[in-house]
Design a protein around this ligand. Structure first.
Ligand code: DGL
Length: 264
């Protein structure tokens, strides 16, 4: 198992925020990244559709012989994590639990949660947070325009600033002390969000905690790659590889040599 790659999937480039955290924590691990760009966004789809797409993505990664799958998408994690955990023989990690854990650790009582319409209507974060601390007040808001803005690479764009103000200032006014970025695309906008709502509101992004969880699972199974050489990464998308490469490079601040087409 040690030399096998970790599989990561999202609907698009959002999962790169989790991929980056995985590589920061485990540089010797190889990864296979899949962005289902042909069927993005997931956040406006039904539970049944999201489960179906997630299963197809997982199957693609299984064919690449991954040792563990990270569902680097909150919309998929909200609906498909238990389903895939029951179905597959390898560990499957979602991003909701780690995000909720991180939020509860820092909040003094009022947490904002933003995500896609699918994630917010699933109430997955509310359930996960309340389970850990029933006294916390949670205010949720879906922000469906963030994903297309990020996919378009409009990060420091005036339109994006207006959309952030529209979605997030009402949460600030309600006195939240932390804000869960419950969609893996949103951490790409972290600086712009903090500039608008203020640095005193802590932004919670599940990437780092998810990477820690993956690390401890691999360590417990003795599946970590001990080769001490930089892991290799393969990137796949179901459509528009060039656009993924361009926006992905802006976010990762490095070259992505090759993005291949995945026939899911
Ligand atoms: N990045 C994904 C998430 O975390 C999905 C965005 C979308 O496709 O709507 O929810």
């Amino acid at each position: 198992m040690n030399n096998k790659p970790i599989g990561v999937f999202d609907s698009g480039i959002g999962g790169l925020t989790v991929y980056k955290a995985l590589k920061d924590k485990m540089p010797y691990e190889s990864t296979i990244y899949l962005g289902d760009t042909a069927r993005l966004p997931y956040g406006s789809k039904s539970a049944e559709t999201i489960i179906k797409f997630s299963e197809e993505n997982a199957q693609f990664l299984l064919n690449k012989k991954v040792k563990l799958i990270v569902i680097a998408c909150n919309s998929s994690s909200s609906y498909a994590v238990a389903y895939l955990q029951n179905k597959l023989d390898i560990p499957v990690i979602g991003v909701i639990e780690p995000g909720a854990e991180e939020a509860v650790k820092y909040s003094k009582g009022k947490i904002g949660v933003v995500g896609t319409t699918a994630t917010i209507s699933s109430k997955a974060y509310e359930k996960a947070i309340i389970e850990k601390n029933p006294d916390i007040e949670i205010i949720t808001r879906d922000c469906p325009l963030f994903v297309p803005l990020v996919e378009e690479g409009w990060i420091e764009h005036k339109v994006t600033k207006l959309v952030i103000e529209e979605y997030l200032l009402p949460l600030k006014e309600q006195g939240i002390d932390s804000l869960v970025l419950g969609c893996t695309h949103y951490p790409v906008l972290k600086d712009e969000i903090s500039n608008i709502i203020g640095r005193e509101i802590r932004l919670i992004d599940s990437g780092k905690t998810t990477a820690e969880k993956v690390y401890s699972i691999l360590k417990n199974f003795a599946w970590l790659n001990n080769s001490k050489k930089q892991g290799e990464d393969e990137f796949y998308v179901s459509d528009f590889p060039e656009r993924f490469r361009k926006v992905g490079e802006i976010f990762l601040k490095r070259n992505i040599e090759k993005v291949s087409i995945a026939n899911i």
